[in-house]
Design a protein around this ligand. Structure first.
Ligand code: ZN
Length: 67
């Protein structure tokens, strides 16, 4: 499910290599130092799935949301 492309960037918290999705999340949430999805979810007290859901809403990527 997660992107497999190597970005050469690492999570500021757990030091795992970040995917492009992780980077996108970090950027959207205005993290100065990029962190991975798992660490972001932990910080928000969400599961990765819940976070993904929220971000889909936030990014407006979900179809049929309608304004
Ligand atoms: Zn991490």
């Amino acid at each position: 499910m997660k992107g497999t492309k190597h970005t050469g960037k690492y999570c500021n918290i757990c030091k795992n290599e970040l995917t492009s999705w992780d980077l996108r999340l970090s950027k959207s949430l205005a993290y100065k130092n990029p962190v991975c999805e798992a660490c972001i979810a932990k910080e928000y007290g969400l599961t990765a799935d819940e976070l993904r859901d929220k971000m889909e809403d936030y990014f407006g990527l979900r179809p049929c949301q309608g304004l």
